[in-house]
Design a protein around this ligand. Sequence first.
Ligand code: SF4
Length: 321
Amino acid sequence: MLQQTKVDQVVGFYKRFLDHFPNVFDLASASEQEVLKCWQGLGYYSRARNIHRTAKIVSNDLGGVFPGSYDALLDLPGIGDYTASAIASIAFGRCNAVVDGNVYRVLSRFFGIEVPIDTGAGRKYFKELAEELIDESDPANYNQAIMEFGAVQCLPRNPNCTSCPLVSACCAHKHGDVLKLPVKEKKVAVRNRYFLYLVVKTEDGFFIRQRSSNDVWAKMFDFPLVELDSRPIKKEIFNIVSGQLNWPMAIANVVKMNKHILSHQHIYAWFAEVVCSTGFDTSDWINVRDIAQLEQYPFPRLVEKYLECTCFLGNGQVVGG
Ligand code: SF4
C-alpha cells in the first residue's frame, strides 16, 4: 500500500483491509472483485491485484509462509527492488538497502551526486552507494530512518536546511545546489484524456460495465464510456450521446467533474445522465437494479466522486425513467 502513497493516506485502508482479510488464506480465497472493492479509493489498483496473486502463491505453494530473503521476495508479483529490500530488512532484519524517492533525494544532495536517478546506470549507482552505507547491525532502523529523513527534513521543495543536523557536511547546501538535486534525465509526459460517461437509466435500472485489463483502473467498474480526442462543447455532447444510443432518449443533465490526476494521465470527465424508455440488449453492459446493488462493485475514485454528488440514480432505489 505504501508504494507511491504516503503513510497517513494509507492507515485507514490498511486497517480496513486487515479487518476484511485477517490472514493470507482469507486473502487468497477472496475474489478479485472483493479485493478491489476493499482497495477502492487507494488508487494504483495493480497493487491490489498483485497482493492478491501473491497471497495465492504464499497460501497455495509456500504453505502460508512468507519468504524472507530479498531474492525470493523478488519472485513474487508486484515486488521489485524497493519493496523486496523494505520487507527483507524491516520484517526479517536482512541487510538490504532501500532506495526510494526519499533516499535518492537525501543521498544526491548530501554527496552532491548529479547522476540522473531515472536511468539504469543511476539506479545501480545509488543502490550500490546505499548498500555501502547501510548499518549492518540494524538495517531495519537505518532504512526507515533515511526514508523518514527525506520525508520530514530533506523535503523536495522546502528542505529544512537551517535546522538540519547534516548541514555542515552537505555538498548540495555548500554549493547552493539543493533544489537542483536529484537530477532526472527525462520529463514524464502527461497524457490528457477526455471521458464522456453515459449514465443510462431505464425502467429496469441502470448500467455499468467492467473495464478492460489493459488500461487504467483495469478490471474495475465504471459506466459505459466514449473516449474523445478533445474537450467536448455542450452541443456536441448531445450528438455524441444520441449517436451512441439508438433508442429514444433524453439527456437530463451533464455533470462535469474536476480534473482527475493520475501519475501520468490527467482525466477530464463528463457524466451525461440519460433517461431512456426502453431496455438494452448489450453484451458487456451490466444491468443494476438499484443504487444499493452498486455496493458490491469496485469503482475508481473518479466514479465514486460522481456517485457521491449525483441524485440521478436515486437514493436507495432507481427512479423509473
Ligand atoms: S542540509 Fe538541506 S539539503 Fe542537505 S541534507 Fe540537510 S535538509 Fe537535505
